[in-house]
Design a protein around this ligand. Structure first.
Ligand code: HEC
Ligand code: HEC
Length: 395
């Protein structure tokens, strides 16, 4: 539940028991909560989605499973921050041009838990696979509202400018239930994926319907095939609830930078750009039109280009998704980075599977298109490296 609402109660109690109540957490220390400027009606919708996302727990009698990974969205996306190694998903097989050859063995995702009497799935021997740590969910509506044309303008698939960086979009199939975006650019009937760590998901509706289906075993009118029986089933969740959750995700506020006037933080951002981090982790983005006024034509600073980059053999897990090769990952936004430990048990688990235990280690593991920036980082004088890290922690 969004803690800001608890703050209202805390304020009401404050007069009576100011000595007993802890201070409400500062807004810039929280990742959850709605974007500013929602209408009353939009606010109510946000709250309905919030309850469905965080509080609605599934069990065998209301649709859970029979095979599943967790019982509600919020168990893996606590406080809308990034997840922990204990909440990773394992995907396997291939989703490339040949199709996923492991579908009859439970692909594309391992459901390692099951309701009583049903055998949970195991990862088949030798199946190519990758582990995915839950990313933070805040600010997704802003990323959603960036135009396809912007993404294509930043892409440089064949590295025409010779800077060693060749970002490209993941071209994916659009599900028939996902409406085509007004600004969509299509290529050979495919659309640009922008969600998920490999950018294989077209929109937040697909992400949500798929999460109910693959993570919780809950079928909807959008994704009606049960992951265990492989047969079509009547919906176990109302379409309106799925749409409310999509609205909630879309209207989660963008993380707020802290300490942004600190001279070291300002100097650290300059270092970030000088050594080329900002070529992929793009600082300044702008949304296009949006039916939600609070999201339309806004400048925001997520530090991503939403494009795929080949990150070298060290980050190659052998698992493909859509047109993303096994070494390609979508640049993650860096906003909220300094708050990650709050939802990760007080420490850091970074990169797609949480293998990096500090910001410095995540940078050290950049290879492929990220190698030049990593080398430049490692060659920095210690004081510049400290300022860069200080800046990253302020995000
Ligand atoms: C078992 C843990 C788990 C559960 C339960 C879960 N998720 Fe996720 N979620 C993940 C992981 C792991 C990823 C990253 C997957 C990927 O990158 O392909 C993810 C990705 C996402 C993303 C994409 C964010 C981005 O930056 O692209 C959204 C949105 C999301 N989940 C929403 C939901 C919703 C809505 C539900 C409930 C219906 C849900 N999740 C349930 C683990 C979970
Ligand atoms: C070629 C594009 C590219 C460049 C240049 C680049 N990055 Fe990255 N960065 C990525 C990608 C892609 C990932 C995700 C890799 C993964 O998940 O395995 C990533 C991951 C990260 C992460 C982990 C984020 C998370 O949520 O787990 C941090 C921190 C980071 N980069 C900081 C930097 C810094 C600092 C620089 C400059 C020294 C830099 N990056 C340069 C593409 C790039």
């Amino acid at each position: 539940m969004f803690r800001g609402y608890h703050a209202v109660f805390i304020t009401l109690f404050a007069v009576a028991c100011s000595k007993l109540e802890p201070a409400a957490p500062a807004e810039d220390s929280l990742l959850d909560g709605p974007v500013e400027g929602l209408s009353n009606e939009e606010h109510l919708r946000f709250l309905r989605g919030d309850v469905a996302f965080n509080d609605e727990v599934f069990h065998a009698d209301n649709g859970l499973g029979p095979v599943f990974v967790a019982t509600r969205c919020g168990s893996c996306h606590a406080g809308d921050g990034p997840g922990h190694p204990s909440t990773t998903l394992t995907r396997f097989g291939q989703s490339d041009a040949n199709g996923n050859t492991y579908l009859d063995q439970g692909g594309p995702q391992v459901q390692h838990r099951a309701v009583p009497g049903v055998a949970p799935e195991v990862l088949p021997d030798n199946a190519p696979s990758a582990r995915f740590l839950p990313p933070l969910n805040t600010g997704l509506g802003f990323l959603d509202a960036v135009s396809d044309a912007d993404l294509l303008a930043w892409a440089d698939e064949h590295d025409a400018d010779g800077d060693g960086i060749s970002g490209r979009p993941n071209w994916v199939e659009r599900k028939t239930y996902s409406p085509l975006r007004a600004d969509a650019v299509e290529q050979a009937g495919q659309v640009i994926g922008r969600f998920g760590r490999k950018g294989a998901v077209y929109d937040l509706l697909q992400q949500t319907a798929n999460a109910y289906n693959q993570d919780i075993g809950v079928v909807s009118q959008f994704e009606p095939i049960d992951p265990y029986t492989h047969e079509e089933q009547d919906p176990e969740i109302a379409a309106a609830t799925v749409h409310d959750v999509v609205f909630y995700l879309r209207t989660l506020k963008a993380p707020i930078q802290r300490d942004k006037d600190n001279p070291d933080v300002i100097a650290g951002e300059a270092v970030f750009h000088t050594i080329g981090c900002g070529n992929c982790h793009r600082a300044e983005l702008r949304t296009g039109p949006s039916p939600i006024a609070a999201l339309a034509h806004r400048d925001f600073r997520p530090f991503t280009d939403l494009l795929l980059h080949d990150m070298g053999p060290g980050l190659d897990d052998g698992y493909t998704e859509g047109s993303a090769s096994s070494a390609e990952w979508r640049t993650p936004a860096l906003w909220g980075l300094g708050l990650f430990p709050d939802s990760q048990g007080g420490t850091y688990f970074l990169l797609h599977d949480g293998r990096a235990h500090s910001i410095a280690e995540a940078i050290d593991l950049h290879g492929g298109e990220g190698q030049a920036a990593r080398d430049a980082y490692q060659a920095l004088p210690a004081s510049d490296r400290d300022k860069l890290l200080r800046f990253l922690q302020s995000l």
